[in-house]
Write a protein that binds this ligand. Sequence first.
Ligand SMILES: C[S@@+](CC[C@H](N)C(=O)[O-])C[C@H]1O[C@@H](n2cnc3c(N)ncnc32)[C@H](O)[C@@H]1O
Length: 206
Amino acid sequence: MTYQSKHTQIKSPKEWYNFVAEEYWKYHTLINSFDQWLSKRFFPRGKNNLDIIDLWAWDGRLFPTLKNLNPQRYVACDIAEKLLKRHPWTNNIEKIICDLEENLPFEDNSFDLATSFFVLEHINNIDHLFSEVYRILKPGGRRIIGHFIQRREFTWKKNNQEFKIQFYNHRIQDLEAIADNNFFSKDIFPIEEKGYTIGHILILSK
Ligand SMILES: C[S@@+](CC[C@H](N)C(=O)[O-])C[C@H]1O[C@@H](n2cnc3c(N)ncnc32)[C@H](O)[C@@H]1O
């Protein structure tokens, strides 16, 4: 038994996602299977000229779905530069590197729709984030969050080394309270698998 074998290094989300940028596409199929039905139920329908921001856009996995809404503006925002570079749609999109623990680099009342899937677990200060998203949404704007219940850090092996990603285990009741404190009206839908709740979809409206 060695010291290294007992301790797994924990990387920040920025380090981690840049580190795995070339390989992370392997998870598209798995993650698509969780949220492919979402667009039909929760995305705005029959609206034109939407301004959309994908907060934590990754490499653009969600873009084929968001593209169907025919946005007039689409912003992909992520902390990991290498992942954002892999976003394949280079025309008519704005790619912005931003850290969602900080103030967001957008004007007040800018967006109709803000999406965030599989990412709240990387954010420490949810209260600040929700207040910033409230600020940049237009009145009537909608924030859609996919949040999965994860009890342990995700582990990744590369070059014979094992890494974990820094992780915050936010409870759904805490997220609800933070949404209330930030003036959002909210709808929450459980995601179930084999009779168990494995996560939630939060629809927050300004
Ligand atoms: C599991 S991926 C999910 C991506 C995308 N939302 C999807 O569903 O396909 C998590 C993403 O969050 C980004 N991320 C993590 N912490 C962040 C932060 N503080 N600010 C901005 N992006 C962050 C990562 O770089 C990564 O692209």
